[in-house]
Design a protein around this ligand. Structure first.
Ligand code: IMP
Length: 441
């Protein structure tokens, strides 16, 4: 059975949660491999809306094995809150959720450092979610991070906490003039979290590899998006993990040779939350329309998302760095009212036409998008479930996206609920997920 990575092809919030939710019944395992509770994966099941931050979206399907891999950073208080909310809504976690021993902890000083360093950056601030994700990855790379396994070893946990706090408190006090922490105020709650989480903590690389060797299939659920990747994104306006498909292997301990395909997810337009380059950003009434119709407000922070036209240069770049085989296009219905729709096919920079995404920050800042314009379909595509039932001009738009990216489109989402999904027969999906069929809902 193939193991597939689902990855965001833009700046996050592409609708990966919904795509994973649609595919989850057709795989055995869903695993998160990077990021933390900066992510917000929204899944609508019937009339119920779930926003998942650290737990894989597959958890909403009974008996789906869900894994939080070693590449994820975990705020235990936030994770327990998320787990309790799911349990209250009838979701069974015991026996279905597994947390890597090697995943790093977000400690209370991480959000404090995140907020303090952002405040100090002023104009150059990144616009982080303030969840402490960046500082937790800093500690991981600096080899002073505290891992889930350490949480289960009280003396070791205390030793690491004391050593870290000495340095973090100095940083908070002397560099940032911010509030400091005592060992006691962290130790007590974290030991209680340890008791709560202990039954779920395990060697997830061993678990995943055993399951794969037994013939089970795994879906790797990416968080954030390609353009927020630590190495391949719009540095420094990025998140602190490898959001791209390569991160799936490192962040789980499943070797690349056991991963068989990559599905990229893109909205039918583009959004970005936080600061940094966004060549197709709009600041007019179309942006307002997209934000209002698409409910473009951050699932984690509630911040309004910046909105703009689809950028095919970004998508081609994402296809290259992730090895995307096929693309799922989400939120097509949000464009329904547009008189014209535009797709960016290149950038104009100092008289030169660029057709590849540039690596230099100074070019992003000044590059102007070059658009291809198509007339809009101006009728409803909401809730459409068969490709033939989409408005002709909407189909032309989808086909143009496929041409410009050189990738087949495998799925089109026409609404928030599972059922509002068009599955394309002529795509890798039926091969990857044979039980999916063409009308699974
Ligand atoms: P951090 O991940 O909180 O450090 O934030 C760094 C950048 O990534 C900021 O621009 C955030 O807005 C952005 N970001 C982090 N998580 C998400 C997400 O789940 N969706 C979209 N943007 C995100």
């Amino acid at each position: 059975m193939p193991n597939i990575v689902v990855v965001g092809a833009q700046w996050g919030d592409e609708g990966k949660g919904k795509v994973v939710d649609v595919l989850a019944p057709h795989v055995d395992v869903v695993v998160r491999y990077q990021g933390g509770n900066n992510a917000g994966h929204t899944v609508v099941v019937g009339r119920e809306k779930f926003v998942l931050h650290s737990i894989p979206s597959g958890i909403l399907h009974p008996r789906r094995c869900c894994v939080i891999g070693c590449g994820v950073v975990i705020d235990p208080a936030a994770l327990i809150e998320e787990m309790e909310a799911l349990v209250q809504r009838g979701v069974i976690l015991d026996g279905n959720l597994f947390i890597s021993k090697n995943a790093h902890l977000i400690m209370p000083y991480h959000p404090a450092l995140d907020l303090a360093s952002e405040a100090k950056r002023g104009e150059r601030r990144i616009g982080t979610t303030g969840k402490g994700v960046g500082p937790a990855y800093v500690d991981k790379a600096a080899r002073v991070g505290i891992r889930m396994a350490d949480l289960l070893d009280e003396p070791l946990f205390k030793e690491k906490l004391v050593a870290n706090l000495e340095e973090k408190n100095r940083l908070l006090r002397e560099i940032y003039d911010a509030q400091t922490f005592t060992v006691e105020e962290i130790l007590g709650p974290y030991l209680r979290y340890a008791g709560w989480l202990a039954p779920y903590i395990t060697d997830t690389s061993l678990l995943l590899n055993r399951l794969i060797d037994e013939g089970r299939s795994v879906l790797f659920e990416g968080a954030q998006g390609t353009m927020l990747d630590l190495d391949h994104g719009t540095y420094p306006f990025i998140t602190s993990s490898n959001t791209t498909a390569g991160g799936a292997s490192v962040g789980t301990g499943v070797p690349p040779t056991k991963i068989h395909g990559v599905l990229g997810v893109s909205k039918a337009y583009t959004t970005r939350v936080g600061n940094g380059p966004f060549p197709t950003e709009l600041r007019d009434e179309t942006a307002e329309l997209l934000r209002a119709r698409g409910n473009e407000y951050g699932a984690t922070t509630g911040r309004p998302r910046r909105c703009g036209w689809l950028d095919a240069v970004v998508l081609r770049y994402a296809a290259r760095v992730n090895g995307i085989d096929t693309i799922a296009v989400t939120k097509l219905d949000i464009l329904d009212q547009c008189e014209t729709v535009r797709i960016c096919v290149g950038y104009r920079y100092r008289g030169e036409l660029l057709t590849e995404f540039p690596e230099e920050e100074r070019i992003w800042r000044d590059a102007l998008p070059v658009y291809e314009e198509m007339s809009g379909w101006q009728c409803s595509s909401a809730g459409v479930r068969a490709y033939a039932d989409l408005p002709t001009k909407a189909r032309q738009y989808i086909e143009r996206v496929a041409e410009l990216t050189g990738r087949e489109i495998c799925l089109v989402s026409t609404g928030a609920v599972r059922e509002h999904t068009v599955l394309m027969e002529d795509s890798p999906l039926p091969r990857w997920f044979p039980s999916l069929g063409s009308t699974p809902f």
